[in-house]
Design a binder for this molecule. Structure first.
Ligand code: OOG
Ligand code: MG
Length: 257
């Protein structure tokens, strides 16, 4: 696909996100393959950076069976995070800027040094400053939250918001921590960090490899979201969302119009 076409699709998906106005899926009509889809993602993030947004890290997608089954996408993907997606723990988040938002429970890594190439799990852990429970707000820019693998890659893996709980010491066993995500006091999803590739560190190692091969190695101070441990839940204004993770604490937000 030529650069012009990639720029056009990047503009289309960027406008959809910026204006919260969904668009039709385009991968099939455009014959968009994986590499072109990542080129569209990269170009759409470049537009955000041009507008003054700052990169804060990366997110992994479809790292749990629960997420793959829910969305019928069975390949791991990654997306780029910016500071405009950050929301404070306990905040009231206006849902007006989203199309059809959903929330999912995650674990996030904060890096204390750069990471690139092929790393072992102990090497990946060595670069981690802290870990925290996190809630990701995902929002597809495609009609009805339906997409193919290439579509969702081009749409920056549905990235739209993240809320990070209290930072914790990574030198503890976080391979199998129970978690409960509740909405308005009712448990809606339960699971374990083991749902993320058997150990969330595997997701970090994959993020290291994928971002380095894209020529954007993970940097010191960056966040890496490990991916939803359970299926996502739809959110609407007027709700309270809470994630409790065994040993790591809680993270929450309220939703507004
Ligand atoms: C794509 C994003 C996937 C995850 O954690 O698996 C993702 C989507 O489900 O819309 O964020
Ligand atoms: Mg996610």
């Amino acid at each position: 696909m030529n650069q012009e076409r990639i720029a056009l699709l990047a503009q289309r998906i960027d406008d959809a996100a910026r204006l919260a106005r969904p668009v039709a899926q385009f991968a099939e009509a455009e014959e968009l393959g994986g590499p072109d889809a990542y080129a569209v993602q990269s170009a759409s993030i470049a537009r955000r950076v041009q507008r003054g947004e700052r990169r804060t890290g990366v997110k992994m997608g479809f790292t749990s069976r629960a997420k793959m089954v829910q969305m019928d996408v069975h390949d791991m993907i990654w997306g780029r995070l910016t500071d405009a997606m950050a929301e404070a723990d306990g905040a009231c988040i206006s849902l007006g800027r989203f199309v059809h938002p959903r929330v999912e429970p995650e674990l996030v890594f904060l890096l204390r040094r750069p990471l690139e190439g092929h790393v072992s799990l102990p090497e990946a852990l060595e670069a981690v400053e802290a870990i925290a429970p996190a809630l990701e707000i995902i929002d597809s820019r495609f009609d009805n939250f339906r997409f193919s693998l290439s579509d969702v890659i081009a749409d920056n893996a549905s990235s739209s918001g993240y809320v990070i709980g209290p930072w914790q010491d990574p030198r503890q066993d976080f391979s199998n921590l129970g978690l409960v995500m509740s909405i308005d006091g009712v448990a809606r999803q339960t699971g374990s960090t083991a749902g993320i590739l058997g150990h969330p560190l595997r997701s970090l190692a994959a993020a290291v490899r994928l971002s380095a091969s894209a020529g954007e190695p993970l940097q010191s101070g960056w966040l890496v979201m490990a991916g939803g441990a359970t299926a996502a839940e739809t959110i609407v204004p007027g709700q309270h969302v809470l994630l409790e993770m065994q040993g790591l604490g809680r993270v929450e937000f309220n939703t507004g119009e």
